[in-house]
Every structure is written in structure tokens, then in C-alpha cells.
Design a protein around this ligand. Structure first.
Ligand code: TRP
Ligand code: ZN
Length: 877
């Protein structure tokens, strides 16, 4: 086979033929499922009569084909590896096909597959073409009627999109159910589920008074784990009505939990399919973080019903149209129902680590890419998270009221259509009267913009001059970048009063917390009537996805950490302060000089604990040091050992200096009230567990006792998991081994808890971590065919155990490449994702670069799926 060819945005043409209605029938069988499709097709009025009909289709065995009831002969159509062409069809007709597929052979988990004996589908982005011949593109929208036929005993539950309209018995112990979805939809939103499932049911009354049945379908043993998802769903439904005026539109909304799933979840119309890890929770099996993740993902998929399903994407280049907007919506929802500053800190902290790294690496791409080989490779942090940041900037630029009017206009104008990012931004421009043309560059330019800022206070004239200079580094295929429109929210904090000073710019008052607009490469903003010398607080709330540098002194950072009125920037000042200390220690380590802890950091931490404010979750974040991955991201060249040693040194120095404060913090926040996943409790648990982390960093005797007791008390998974992690990561096997054994035996029956058991072990800083990964890959609970297991064991090791993954002998790289090569055959989507850490070789020293490239080349020697081919070619280009 020749090398796969890219698809280009500029080649987009509207479809020559539209499908208006589809009737599907499935006779379910593991090795030979029969799929009958009856498509009602219309030629586009502007298309030539000779135009052939081209349908996508992969791995399908064609059994029958007829046009308006007449079987087609060999000369009427042609079959290829990728589809089916019907020559000279009429302007309007019915096409009937019957194909055979083998769900049990499907390890890629795209199309129709089996998970634990249960049939399910994943069609986004291009999985439907593995189910039947079809124009598998999002701008073809049809109504669907789907009949599922299966064995009544083993497949009592048969689900698809929309509403059930008919059911009945068939000979041979079989039965059928027919579903009808009245909303025209693209094929990527099709879904079916068949299996032995149980349901939990609830109701929701929309604000216009419609009654909706809500169902969560799970395997019997998971019936006790659906409460939180159901409560989250109802909260999300209410929120979308209040925040966006959007109601649910069908009589039935279903969620199904499956164990084998490539991503978090999927928004199929009326039938959301979830990775079990993204829906099931119980206080004893899921951590606070997992509870919050479930809440966010349930909301995300539900919100897609409008931003994605009712209004969908014209083509896959517009993916961020639905994903960026929907992530923004789920972030706002989570902020509203939890602690808003903590949500922002968590999101930004993740963003600046992972998305910045993507934007700086060989797979960097714009929020709207202009070409791809495999669209499955573009479900990225840039499309999702940076796309959400861009929508957030839009909402801040035009203001919430105009944004909401723009959103109403968008949903109204484009309901039932497949549209583009311009269509969305145009609605915002129209609703606000603003010119957003320069802003559109955010969608076209890859790379993280860097802003260099400096300021001067002119005492005599009471002026503060702030100069901002922007530059976006070159990215693959984009050597030159144009200046972006960057909103910088800021304040000037009076150095004497610690209060925000009023901002006056060009004679206009901006209040004390204002937004300045950087549009040129360089601009100087002169603030007048500045009564005292200020410390600037810049990019408050992370008002734009940029890297901002300002030559703060440590004193200024400690000052902002104590005084900034913006909670997010207080946290950020603390991170910057810790970074300066880490920089010194990294240099000391590299130069073999004795490491000395900066007392200003110790004092800042002491002050935080003494009067850090009343949001405990925020305080916990402020007491958390930047991760090794974030520190690495900030270094010109990553020094794996120095970063690890420096961070460890800071952690231990803080623990030693503030040991009693941490102990009190633990004691003051330790509760045994019944578990609830509520913000206040979550804040207390995070704070307590951060404190315990410091005590364990120096293996303090009392800390060890607390960790042991917390593990044994078995009060909730948040506490147990943190205790298990700290015991397992300690230097003492007498602490690690018994805890791991107890936990592993207790939870052997629960795959989601075993994922955590794997993750805890493979993040050990001890040098045996890699050997453990290999050993655990032979554990009966592990399987390469299950993406959650691969992520928990191999993904966690490669992404979160930097000191061991980047071992100087290259064994970590070798292990990852071995797994990637195997997964290339089994599950290309997962293989292409898992290989990511190897693609970042440019960031390391020469010896590691050579080792990493060597592994990439070894992978390139294999017969690669298009997914892996695209990533490896970019990484080695
Ligand atoms: N649209 C899904 C979401 O945002 C993403 C998704 C789920 C997906 N499964 C997938 C994307 C498989 C590609 C392949 O929630
Ligand atoms: Zn999504």
C-alpha cells in the first residue's frame, strides 16, 4: 500500500449526494453480524447528472446491493479498499446494501465491537464506515430508523438513538427492537448497544414542562455506582437551561457504561456511550478527582446535544467548533457548581503543562488545522483545550450578555445544519458589533504566543508605563506568524497598600481590574494618576493562552502571593516564586554545588498556612509545587535528573522547616464525617492530603503513622489512594509492600480500582519502577486490548514517572516502543496517542535524543497504521 495521503481543508466540496433517511437493521452475531442499510438519496441540484455516488466503507463484506429494488450488476458499481462507487445513479433513489462484519475481531474499538460480551459502537470520527457503506462525513445529515435483532437470553437489552417504536419476538429465541431518531444527524452520532445490562432510571422536567426519562445502563455489579453521574446529569440539564437557554429535545436520554473505550465518552444522539471510568463512582472506589471528572464529562457530553448535535461541524477541520465550545461550556459549569478559582487553577495548570508542550513539539497544529492524514490524531489538547481558551477569550472580549446573544443566534440560525468556525464567530461579531477579524488568527496559527513584559514607574508624573511585546515561535509548516489580538486582564497592586489601584489609560477609567488589548507586535500602555509604585498583576485568570514573562523579583512575587485580589494570580505568583527557587537548585545540581533552600519560599509558605484565605482547595493548590513536567516545560533543555532532584529538595526542605505547621494542617482538616463529593469536603481532603505528602517527603515518623492509619481506616478512596501512594512511593518496602498487597487483594474484582493500583505502583520514584511495569504487564488484570489498562500502566509510567521513563540507559523508551508496536496492530488510535512522549525528543540532551529517535525509527520500520504513520513522520521530520 502507498503512503497515506493528507486531506486538505481547501479541498472541501459540498456533498454531491445527500442522504435524507436511513433504515438500518442489525442481525447481531460476534463473528458475522449482518447489516442491512436502506438509504434514501438525493443528488444535489447543482451537480452533474453523470456524477458517481461515492460511499465510504472499510472492512465490510458486501453481500447484496440494489437500487430502487433492482439488484446492481458488476458494471453498475465498483468496490475499493476504502469504499463503493455507484456509477450514474438517478437524481433521487433508494440504495439497499447488505454487508457482513465481525465485531469480535474488532480490537481497534472503532465501528461495532464487543466489550465484555456487550455490543457497542464508536463512530466518531470515521467509524460508521466500518458498519455500512455510507457518505461518512458530518455534512450529510439524515433521520435514522434502526432495528436490532439478537438473542433474547444473552442480549436482553437492545438500544439505539432516539425513541423505541416497536419490539417483538422472533423465531429461534431471538427478539428485536426498532428505534427511530427524528433529528437529522451525521453518521458519527449513530450508536447502538446490545447486551445484558441493568438500568437506573430517573426523570427530568424541562423548564417548558416536557418530561424526560433518564437512564444509565450498566453491568449488574455496577448498579451501585451511578448516583453521582445521574445527579451530575440533572445538574447539567438545569445549568444549560439557565446559562444558555437550551433544553433537551427527546423523551429519553440514555448513558451506557462500557469497559473498553478509546476516549472518555461519546455524545451519540440520545445514547451517550461512556468509558466506565468516566461515569462510575462510589466513595470507596473513586477519588474526589474522579468524582469531579465524571461530573465534567457527563456535562460535556450532555452539552454536545446542542453544541455538536443540533448544530454540527461541516467537516472535521471544524472539530473545535463543537469541542472548544463544549469544553468551555463544561468548564463554566464545573466552576459554577464547585470552587471556581480551583477549577481555573486545575485547568490552567494542566493546560500550561500539556498543551504548551504539544504546541512546542513536532505535532503542533492550529485550533483549526488545514490538513490531516488521520483525523483520529486531531482529538488533541489544542483542539479541545486551546479551542476552549479561544472561546473563553471571545466571551471576555464581547462580554457575557453579547456572548449569550451570539450563542442564541448561532443555535437558532444553524439548527439542523453542519457549519464552520466562521459561522460561530460571525454570530459573536454580529451580536456584539465588534470586529473580530484579527481575532480569527487564533484559529489559524499554531504555537504558544510569548509575551515579554516590563514596566517602569515614573514617580514625578505618577505614571506607570507597561510595555508588552508578543512573538509566536515558528511551528512546523508555519515559519512566520502575525501578531494576535491578545486580551490581557490586569491590575496594578499598590506596593504600600497591597490594594488594586484605579486604572486610567488614555484618560479612560478601566476600574481596578481591567483588560488591555495587545494587537501590535509591541505596545506601551501608559497608566496615569498612579498614586504609588505598583506591582503589576498580569494575565489575571489566564485571560489568554500565552506564556507571559515579567522580570519579577522574589519579593514582588511573595507580595503578590500575599496580596493579589485575583485568586488565580495569587496562585500563579506562588508558582513563579517556586520556579525561581527551582531554577537555582537545578543549576546547583548541574554544577555539583551544594543545594541551598531559598528562605523566602519557606517564609511565603509559612505565611500561606498561617493566613492563606478560606478556600481550602485553593490553599491546597498554592501549597503544591509545580510538577516535574511543568518545570521541564519551562526549561530550555530538559535535565531530567536535576529537575527531579531540585523538586525533591524543595519539597523536603519545606517539609523539614514547616513540619509542625503541616502536622497541624493535617490534624485540623482530618474528619470522619460521611463522605460527600462536595466542594467544602473536597477542599479539606486536598489540604490534608497535601500536608501528609510533605510529612511523608521526609518520612517523618508521625507522618508515617498518619498515612498508615489513613490507609487502614479505609474511609474513602481519596484518602486511601493518597495514603497508598505515599506508602508505595516511600523508600521503605515494609510500608509499600503490605499496603499494595492488601489493596490489590481487596479490589482484584474491580477493574477501575485495579487501574489505580497499577498507576500508583508505576509512578514510584524508586529505580525498580520500570521492572515493575514489565512485571505488571503479565498480571492477570492487565490487558493490552483494554485502553484503560494500557493508559493506567504504560501511559502513566511514560507521562508521570519522568525520572524512570527517561532512564539514561533508554530502557524506558524501549519499553514504550515495544508496546506501541504491538498496539499498532491492535488499536491504532491508542498507539498513536501513547507514542507522544517519544515525539518530544528535541527537548532532551543528545544522548537521550539519540535513544528516543532510535526507538522512533524502530517503530517506523514496521507496517504502520495511518495514525501512527502520521505521528512518526512528523516526529522524525
Ligand atoms: N466527541 C467525543 C467527546 O468529545 C470524543 C470521542 C469519544 C472520540 N470517542 C472518540 C473521538 C473516539 C475520536 C475517537 O466527548
Ligand atoms: Zn466533546
Amino acid at each position: 500500500m502507498s503512503d497515506p495521503k493528507p486531506t486538505y481543508l481547501h479541498d472541501y466540496r459540498p456533498p454531491a449526494y445527500r442522504v435524507t433517511h436511513v433504515e438500518l437493521s442489525f442481525e447481531l452475531d460476534p463473528a458475522a453480524t449482518r447489516v442491512k442499510a436502506s438509504l434514501q438519496i438525493e443528488r444535489h441540484p447543482e451537480c452533474m447528472a453523470q456524477e458517481a455516488l461515492v460511499l465510504d466503507g472499510e472492512q465490510l463484506t458486501l453481500k447484496h446491493i440494489a437500487l430502487d429494488g433492482q439488484p446492481l450488476g458488476g458494471g453498475d458499481y465498483a468496490l475499493t479498499e476504502t469504499g463503493l462507487t455507484v456509477h450514474r445513479p438517478p437524481a433521487s433513489f433508494r440504495l439497499d446494501t447488505e454487508v457482513e462484519i465481525a465485531p469480535k475481531e474488532n480490537t481497534a474499538l472503532e465501528g461495532l465491537y464487543l466489550s465484555n460480551g456487550m455490543y457497542c459502537t464508536q463512530c466518531e470520527a470515521e467509524g460508521f464506515r466500518r458498519i455500512t457503506f455510507y457518505p461518512d462525513r458530518p455534512d450529510v445529515m439524515a433521520t435514522f430508523s434502526t432495528t436490532l435483532i439478537g438473542d433474547r437470553a444473552s442480549l436482553p437489552v437492545l438500544l439505539s438513538n432516539g425513541n423505541p417504536v416497536e419490539r417483538g419476538e422472533l423465531p429461534g429465541g431471538r427478539h428485536f427492537v426498532t428505534w427511530h431518531d427524528p433529528f437529522p444527524k451525521p453518521s458519527y452520532l449513530f450508536a447502538l448497544v446490545a447486551g445484558d445490562l441493568q438500568k437506573v432510571e430517573d426523570r427530568f422536567t424541562t423548564r417548558s414542562g416536557r418530561e424526560v426519562t433518564l437512564q444509565i445502563w450498566v453491568e449488574e455489579e455496577n448498579l451501585g455506582k451511578t448516583d453521582h453521574a445521574m445527579a451530575s446529569l440533572k445538574r447539567a440539564m438545569t445549568w444549560d437551561e439557565e446559562a444558555y437557554g437550551r433544553e433537551y429535545d427527546l423523551d429519553l436520554f440514555m448513558i451506557v457504561a462500557v469497559n473498553d473505550f478509546n476516549m472518555g465518552a461519546m455524545e451519540n444522539k440520545g445514547l451517550n456511550i461512556f468509558n466506565s471510568a468516566a461515569v462510575l463512582t462510589h466513595p470507596h472506589t473513586a477519588t474526589d478527582a474522579a468524582f469531579q471528572r465524571v461530573e465534567g464529562i457527563v456535562a460535556h457530553e450532555y452539552f454536545h446535544n446542542w453544541s455538536g448535535n443540533r448544530v454540527t461541524c461541516r467537516d472535521w477541520f471544524q472539530l473545535s467548533l463543537k469541542e472548544g465550545f463544549t469544553v468551555f461550556r463544561d468548564q463554566c459549569f464545573s466552576a459554577d457548581v464547585n470552587s471556581a478559582p480551583v477549577k481555573r487553577i486545575e485547568d490552567v495548570s494542566f493546560f500550561r503543562t500539556a498543551q504548551f508542550a504539544e504546541d512546542a513539539g513536532p505535532t503542533a497544529h492550529p485550533v483549526r488545522p488545514d490538513h490531516y492524514i488521520e483525523i483520529g490524531n486531531f482529538y488533541t489538547l489544542t483542539i479541545y483545550e486551546k479551542g476552549a481558551e479561544v472561546v473563553r477569550m471571545l466571551s471576555n472580549l464581547v462580554g457575557w450578555e453579547a456572548f449569550r446573544r451570539g450563542s442564541d443566534l448561532y443555535f437558532e440560525r444553524f439548527d439542523g445544519q453542519a457549519v464552520t468556525i466562521e459561522d460561530f464567530v460571525d454570530c459573536m461579531a454580529e451580536a456584539s458589533g465588534q470586529d473580530l477579524s484579527q481575532f480569527m488568527r487564533w484559529y489559524a496559527q499554531a504555537g504558544t504566543p510569548e509575551i515579554d513584559a516590563h514596566g517602569e514607574y515614573d514617580y514625578a508624573n505618577a505614571e506607570y508605563r507597561l510595555t508588552l511585546r508578543q512573538r509566536t515561535p515558528a511551528t512546523p509548516g508555519q515559519p512566520e506568524k502575525a501578531p494576535l489580538h491578545i486580551p490581557v486582564r490586569m491590575g496594578l497592586v499598590g506596593s504600600k497598600t497591597g490594594r488594586d489601584l484605579p486604572l486610567t489609560l488614555d484618560g479612560e477609567s478601566l476600574g481596578s481590574d481591567g483588560v488591555i488589548h495587545l494587537r501590535e507586535e509591541e505596545q506601551t500602555f501608559v497608566f496615569t494618576e498612579v498614586a504609588e509604585s505598583p506591582v503589576p498583576s498580569l494575565l489575571r485568570g489566564f485571560s489568554a493562552p500565552v506564556q507571559l514573562r515579567f522580570p519579577y523579583s522574589r519579593e514582588e512575587l511573595a507580595f503578590l502571593l500575599a496580596n493579589d485580589s485575583d485568586g488565580f494570580n495569587r496562585w500563579d505568583a506562588g508558582q513563579r516564586l517556586a520556579m525561581l527557587a527551582l531554577d537555582d537548585l537545578i543549576a546547583a545540581h548541574r554544577n555539583g554545588v551544594e543545594k541551598v533552600m531559598d528562605p523566602r519560599v519557606v517564609e511565603a509558605f509559612r505565611a500561606l498556612m498561617a493566613h492563606g484565605g478560606d478556600d481550602k482547595a485553593v490553599l491546597a493548590e498554592m501549597l503544591t509545587l509545580p510538577s516535574e513536567a511543568y518545570v521541564a516545560e519551562q526549561q530550555p533543555r530538559v535535565d531530567v535528573e536535576a529537575i527531579h532532584a531540585a523538586r525533591r529538595f524543595v519539597e523536603q526542605s519545606l517539609a523539614a522547616a514547616l513540619r509542625d505547621d503541616f502536622l497541624h494542617l493535617y490534624q485540623d482538616n482530618h474528619r470522619d464525617t460521611p463522605y460527600a463529593p462536595e466542594p467544602e469536603q473536597i477542599g479539606e481532603r486536598s489540604l490534608k492530603n497535601v500536608a501528609l505528602g510533605y510529612l511523608m517527603a521526609i518520612e517523618d515518623e508521625e507522618g508515617i503513622e498518619l498515612a498508615r492509619r489513613q490507609f487502614e481506616a479505609d474511609h474513602n478512596m481519596t484518602d486511601v489512594r493518597q495514603a497508598l501512594t505515599l506508602l508505595t512511593h516511600s523508600s521503605r518496602s515494609d510500608l509499600a509492600d503490605p499496603a499494595l498487597r492488601t489493596f490489590g487483594e481487596k479490589w482484584a474484582h474491580d477493574p477501575l480500582v485495579m487501574d489505580q493500583w497499577f498507576a500508583v505502583q508505576v509512578t514510584r520514584p524508586q529505580p525498580d519502577a520500570l521492572e515493575r511495569v514489565k512485571y505488571l504487564m503479565t498480571h492477570p488484570a492487565f490487558s493490552l486490548k483494554n485502553p484503560n489498562k494500557v493508559r493506567a500502566l504504560v501511559g502513566t509510567f511514560a507521562n508521570q514517572n519522568r525520572i524512570n521513563f527517561h532512564r539514561a540507559d533508554g530502557e524506558g523508551y524501549r519499553l514504550l516502543a515495544d508496546v506501541v508496536i504491538e498496539l499498532n496492530r491492535l488499536n491504532p488510535e491508542i498507539a498513536a496517542r501513547l507514542v507522544t512522549p517519544l515525539t518530544r525528543w528535541q527537548r532532551f540532551d543528545e544522548a537521550r535524543q539519540a535513544l528516543m529517535k532510535g526507538e522512533l525509527e524502530r517503530i517506523r520500520g514496521e507496517k504502520l497504521s495511518p495514525n501512527l504513520y502520521e505521528v512518526i513522520e512528523k516526529a522524525l521530520a
